[in-house]
Design a protein around this ligand. Structure first.
Ligand code: GDD
Ligand code: MN
Length: 357
């Protein structure tokens, strides 16, 4: 079968970018079979008229949505209209240089099922970002890598610049919220060979970014929805169940120790903590992280040692935060509860990225 590339470009108020973009795509892909699908959400700045003009000179198809809005759903709309067997997705604002498209195509021809243009592999980057944007981007990346372990197949699952084989994803299964369509497609589709190529995320020269604080909230909702759809939420719930069982073990051991020893109270607390760490470890190893145990590079005792450190630090955090809040005048049970929740997140975080990496 002959390969054809459909490049989906979502636009919203990109009047100064759209013509140079189409020209550069055309030049970068000369000699290839391709089409450009522009999905505009009713721009008011003249983008639509310019795109209409471009469609008479280039293989450009324009779709204007009047009712719906949103980057990710615009991309899905475009995929549905595409005739190609290979789908490319990129921004319209020239932050994704069209000259990278041949690199992505080469990776596809080399056997990739999906290829990400990545800011975070050797040779990639995003120069000119201020500290806030850098931190937001890294935190978003960490959230994805921790809560959605299958996103760890790539360093930059949140890029908006990527290419994939259409046959590997059922469009009807896509239910994204917000911006991160590449994450959605990678996790919902069935891709064997996942590849990353570096690219430099250019600074925007014209128009404005549509990124707002609301997008961060949408992103968290999206991650949660993907956790539910990929079954990762089960792991999180198992970890909570194990945590509750550990609390009961801790209290039970404390009961026994107080019954049978006359030790100082500070010392009587210790066995319950350590025993519950060990029972938590065993349950997590055989239950919560069963799928990771087999692939783990660490031995049983290596994992046990790491989890022990994580959980002991967690206990300190629990105690430290509760003590701080109590001293600040908060109710002691509420203080402890807040300490427990924060220590719990700490434990989950380091268990997934370190103990059961
Ligand atoms: N149709 C449509 N509807 N297009 C939209 C909408 C919308 O509601 N919102 C944004 N776009 C288009 C813009 O016109 C642009 O072509 C592209 O989507 C990206 O929007 P920007 O507002 O420029 O996003 P950004 O630069 O902040 O974010 C980009 O970089 C992120 C990585 O830092 C995007 O590529 C993200 O997907 C990417 O994660
Ligand atoms: Mn942009």
């Amino acid at each position: 079968m002959k390969e054809m590339l459909s490049i989906i470009i979502p636009t919203y108020n990109e009047k100064d970018n759209i013509a140079p973009l189409v020209e550069r795509v055309h030049r970068a892909l000369s000699g290839r079979d391709f089409e450009i699908i522009i999905v505009d959400d009713n721009s008011k700045d003249g983008t639509i008229e310019i795109a209409e003009g471009l469609s008479t000179r280039y293989p450009v198809k324009l779709f204007v949505r009047r009712e719906e809005k949103g980057l990710a759903t615009a991309v899905i709309h475009g995929i549905k209209q595409a005739s190609g067997n290979i789908i490319g997705v990129m921004d319209a604002d020239l932050q994704h240089p069209p000259e990278v498209l041949p690199d992505l195509l080469k990776a596809m021809e080399g056997g990739a099922d999906i290829v990400f243009a990545s800011r975070y592999v050797e040779g990639g980057g995003c120069p000119g970002w201020d500290l806030t944007r850098k931190i937001i981007s890294k935190v978003a990346l960490m959230v994805s890598h921790i809560l959605l372990p299958s996103s760890r197949r790539v360093k930059d699952p949140l890029t908006g610049f990527f290419m994939f084989r259409r046959e590997n994803v059922t469009v009807e299964h896509l239910k994204p919220i917000g911006y991160k369509i590449s994450l959605e497609i990678m996790l919902v589709g069935s891709f064997k060979n996942v590849v990353e190529v570096p690219f430099i995320f250019k600074e925007r020269s014209a128009g404005q970014s549509k990124l707002r604080p609301q997008q961060q909230i949408d992103y968290l909702k999206h991650v949660f929805s993907l956790m539910a759809r990929t079954g990762e939420i089960k792991r999180f719930l198992k970890f909570i169940a194990v945590g509750i069982s550990g609390t009961l073990v801790n209290l039970g051991v404390l009961k026994l120790v107080t019954m049978f020893t006359g030790w100082h109270e500070n010392v009587q607390l210790i066995p319950g903590i350590e025993v519950s760490i060990i029972t938590n470890f065993l349950l997590n190893d055989f239950f919560t992280f069963a799928d990771r145990r087999t692939g783990s590079k660490l031995s049983f005792f290596g994992r046990l040692a790491k989890y022990n450190l994580v959980a002991l630090a967690g206990a300190l955090i629990n105690w430290g935060i509760a003590a701080l809040l109590v001293n600040a005048g908060l109710n002691i049970f509420l203080s402890d509860f807040i300490g427990i929740v924060i220590a719990f997140l700490w434990n989950y975080f380091f268990s997934t990225i370190w103990a059961w990496k």
